[in-house]
Design a protein around this ligand. Structure first.
Ligand SMILES: Nc1ncnc2c1ncn2[C@@H]1O[C@H](COP(=O)(O)OP(=O)(O)OP(=O)(O)O)[C@@H](O)[C@H]1O
Ligand SMILES: O=C(O)c1ccc[n+]([C@@H]2O[C@H](COP(=O)([O-])O)[C@@H](O)[C@H]2O)c1
Length: 203
């Protein structure tokens, strides 16, 4: 399951848990994006913060793991590369890629989209406010799955922190504490965040 996870919230965790159970998956690998190229108009927190929050949020579930493949690859993050890297790490695995209804809606705009459906089977999950549909995708390429509705978004969480409102119970307890400790999402200019563009050299 790929995501910017800025921050990871209970919508992500419920989606992963539900798909794991419904499909009997051995493990769900959360893959925080390196440079989410379609979010260039947004300020995104440093990859290491998003990675660490994902580790903290998933630590208690033995079927959840976190991968660094996207944050360790230079340049924009493309799922075709993510899936190729995971295939190299797990040559025998059956690979599935989990997306919410909003991401699935946009998938034809993804880089090297023609390759994607050869690299993994896609699983689209319901998300409040979006229509889950797969007619625009190759036949048999995607499974559509109903999950418990969680009307939570990372954007909403960031806005609440900025407005001084609580995010308790929208995100795991450890994430509330991580956000406070690192001072994420506080200011208009998001001082802990970075605008996407080339990484500073040496980082
Ligand atoms: N509440 C939710 N229910 C189901 N799927 C979700 C939910 N929130 C996110 N997802 C899915 O999880 C994946 C990663 O999402 P992402 O990290 O961009 O979170 P987001 O809440 O959509 O963030 P933002 O508000 O910043 O766009 C995407 O496939 C997205 O569709
Ligand atoms: O491959 C692409 O071109 C592409 C374009 C947009 C999003 N994605 C992936 O979709 C997942 C969810 O993305 P996002 O931006 O909703 O967090 C994440 O793994 C992204 O890398 C991938």
């Amino acid at each position: 399951m790929g995501g910017t996870f800025d921050p990871i919230h209970h919508g992500h965790l419920v989606a992963a848990s539900e798909v794991q159970a419904q499909f009997g998956l051995e493990q769900v690998i959360f893959v925080p994006t390196g440079q989410p190229w379609q979010k260039t108009h947004e300020v995104v927190s440093p990859a290491e913060d998003r990675y660490l929050m994902t580790v903290v949020a998933t630590a208690s579930n033995p079927r959840f793991q976190v991968s660094r493949v996207d944050i360790d690859r230079a340049g924009p993050t493309y799922t075709a590369d993510t899936l190729a890297d995971l295939r190299a790490l797990y040559p025998e695995a059956e690979l599935y890629f989990i997306t919410g209804a909003d991401a699935l809606e946009q998938i034809l705009s993804w880089h090297r989209v023609d390759e994607l459906f050869e690299l993994a089977h896609f699983i689209g999950v319901t998300r409040p406010g979006y229509q889950l549909a797969g007619e625009h995708l190759p036949k048999g390429a995607v499974s559509l799955v109903e999950i418990p509705a969680m009307a939570i978004s990372s954007t909403g969480c960031r806005q609440r922190v900025r407005a001084g409102l609580p995010v308790w119970y929208l995100v795991p307890d450890g994430i509330v504490q991580y956000i406070a400790k690192r001072g994420l999402y506080r200011g208009e200019d998001d001082s802990a965040g970075v605008e996407w563009g080339p990484r500073p050299s040496g980082t």
